[in-house]
Design a protein around this ligand. Structure first.
Ligand code: M6R
Length: 604
């Protein structure tokens, strides 16, 4: 995990680095630090704090640090607890080289031992500090050459930012397995783990590929492969504004992102056909199996996708947690499509499972991601995008509904290419889908009503979420949303499974959220609600407008507009996101940065 940023140019580097860190805080937020090259005395000043970026900001408030070259880091601890010593940047023994690192150096213990034998003393428990010492140990008149030498010794995944008093006119960025982009400005250049960190200064971006090194001076950017060869890389222009990455009047990013869904669902519907779908579907129309791999919320989207793909395209689908898939003896062949779903496109479990699958089986791979140019998108044979812009809140919301849209359209198009769905039927379904943004708009109007419900249940110790069929994954997702931001224990269960065990948990203190729209399984779900009521459980149901029976039987009902059965998941999740949001904020929790979590999990 972790976020890194570096700047070289005409401005005072400190505010630029702090701005960048704030935009990257979603990548980790247990400690942060900056390293600035001070020109007058040609020395590196390092300042760090445990806590969030605002703690570092307050700490730096009265310090007069000036410089035009610097690097910074926000950390999510892997090796060693969040302490000042373990926070980045790390500096070499003589103080001549400072580095920031995102990733893991797998052979650091071995390297550390060798350096200790040579007399190096370590200040931190991190894997990163070895790199700073190695760079100093190997340095001979050329920083870039030294970097080439050192990376030969490193095993693992890393994105690095390096500055040195030996060559104070540059920043070196290195990418292997962890994301790194270059922001190309006028008389100033930046490196960062993600685009929002540089948007205030430039919208022209170079996405580094794995095993590439960037050398940034004030007026130039050079890119090299790990083999030493210089490369020409294209710059792309980002069209979204920095304000998209801001809160836009909402209290939290999560709230803003929930309310953005009419737009992001709409953009993703229209964006779908602008992608290279002709090439994708003609290449995969003869596959006989699909394996979906993903984590967390993206995994839940995959579970919904299975229903659609099997229903319309009649291709069998398995959905697996990426972290489980990779370590079992899975069976794939050239007729299998492996579909990796990931908002960030950087989740290590998903990326490595996909790479493993390609290497071992030659199966075709398709990535469904939100972040353009992300690792997963570049490592897969095909890519489909959601059109959400950056998602900052740790809890995935708008990207989930957008993933559902893509999976729905994917299943319909695949069905068409396989001759199972006529053009006319496709158009009809597409028309119904186009109606969903306005349906979500209606659900968002229930915000206050859902807040009132949240007051009544915010002190519960446990929650059950139930759903059936295509709405069962929505119960799982509703439970995940609640537990990750409110820290209340919650479980998602198929409603029909309840009598096989979980019903024992139900008493008058147990709120049970039931996803129960008027679809083909409605009557069955209704019976399950009766079972909960008979044991005095408190039922909060998500039901279709006009469903009077649900009012009679439930303690609380959140009504949603009627849509076609198969489209309910894109709508039923919205009230559950709002419910989780309000319960968590009423409890005073930090919904955008819940404890122990980071937005993008780039470690296994
Ligand atoms: O970026 P990804 O979609 O690959 O992330 C996967 C999970 O880490 C992510 O969905 C996580 O579960 C979220 N915090 C859920 O809200």
């Amino acid at each position: 995990m972790c976020g890194i940023v570096g700047y070289i140019g005409k401005r005072n580097v400190v505010p630029v680095l702090l701005y960048g860190l704030q935009r990257l805080e979603y990548r980790g937020y247990d400690s942060a630090g900056i390293a600035v090259l001070e020109k007058e005395e040609n020395r590196i000043i390092v300042e760090k704090q445990v806590g969030k970026i605002r703690d570092l900001q307050e700490y730096l408030w009265n310090k007069k640090i000036e410089g035009h070259v610097g690097i910074a880091h926000t950390r999510w601890a892997t090796h060693g607890p969040p302490t000042i010593e373990n926070a980045h940047p790390h500096i070499s023994r003589k103080g001549t080289i400072a580095i920031v690192h995102n990733g893991i150096i797998e052979n650091y213990l071995e390297l550390r031992k060798e350096l200790i034998e040579k007399g190096y003393k370590f200040r931190s428990e991190t894997d990163t500090e070895v790199i700073a010492h190695l760079l100093e140990e190997e340095y001979e008149e050329n920083l870039l050459k030294t970097v080439f030498k050192v990376i030969e010794k490193l095993e693992g995944a890393y994105a690095l930012g390096i500055i040195s008093t030996y060559e104070p006119d540059k920043i070196i960025g290195v990418r292997k397995g962890s994301p790194l982009i270059v922001g190309v400005g006028k008389g100033e250049n930046l490196i960062a783990s993600d685009i929002p960190a540089v948007l205030e200064y430039t919208k022209d971006i170079i996405a580094l590929d794995d095993e590439e090194i960037s050398v940034l001076k004030k007026d130039s950017v050079e890119i090299y492969g790990f083999n030493g060869a210089k490369k020409e890389k294209k710059t792309f222009h980002v069209t979204w504004d920095v304000s998209i990455a801001e809160k836009g009047g909402f209290k939290h990013f999560m709230q803003k992102e929930i309310h953005e869904q009419p737009r992001t669902v709409g953009d993703t519907i229209t964006g779908f056909s602008s992608q290279d779908i002709e090439n994708l579907f003609s290449s995969i129309k003869d596959i006989n199996r699909i394996v979906i791999i993903a984590c967390g919320t993206s995994f839940h989207a995959g579970l919904v996708g299975k229903f659609w793909i099997e229903k319309f395209a009649r291709v069998p689908v398995e959905v697996d947690y990426a972290s489980e898939f990779r370590y079992r003896d899975y069976i794939l062949n050239r007729k299998t499509l492996v579909l990796g779903i990931s908002q960030s496109g950087e989740t290590a479990d998903t990326r490595f499972a996909m790479l493993d699958a390609t290497k071992k089986s030659g199966a075709k791979t398709l990535a469904l991601v939100n972040v353009v140019g992300s690792s997963l998108s570049r490592e897969s044979d095909f890519v489909l995008y959601t059109y959400c812009g950056p998602e900052i809140g740790v809890a995935a919301t708008k990207t989930f509904t957008a993933q559902l849209v893509v999976l729905y359209l994917f299943s319909l198009k695949l069905a068409q290419y396989r001759g199972l769905l006529s053009e006319e039927d496709f158009k009809q379904k597409y028309k119904e889908l186009l109606h969903i943004p306005s349906v979500i708009e209606e659900v968002l109007k229930k915000d206050d009503e859902i807040k009132n419900i949240s007051y009544r249940y915010m002190n519960a110790k446990d929650f059950l979420f139930l759903g059936r069929g295509i709405n069962y994954p929505i119960a799982l997702e509703g439970a995940l949303k609640l537990k990750e931001i409110s820290y209340i224990h919650a479980e998602g269960y198929p409603a029909g499974e309840m009598k096989h065990g979980p019903i024992a948990l139900i008493d008058e203190n147990m709120p049970v959220v039931v996803v129960s729209p008027k679809d083909s399984l409605y009557e069955k779900t209704l019976s399950n609600i009766q079972e909960v009521k008979a044991r005095k459980g408190k039922v909060i149901s998500v039901a279709t407008d006009g469903d009077k029976s649900m009012k009679e039987i439930s303690d609380e009902v959140i009504y949603i507009p009627e849509v076609k059965d198969e489209l309910y998941p894109i709508v039923t999740i919205v009230p559950l996101q709002i419910l989780a949001y309000h319960i968590a904020t009423l409890l005073g929790k930090d919904v955008d940065q819940p404890r122990n979590l980071a937005k993008t999990v780039t470690v296994e």
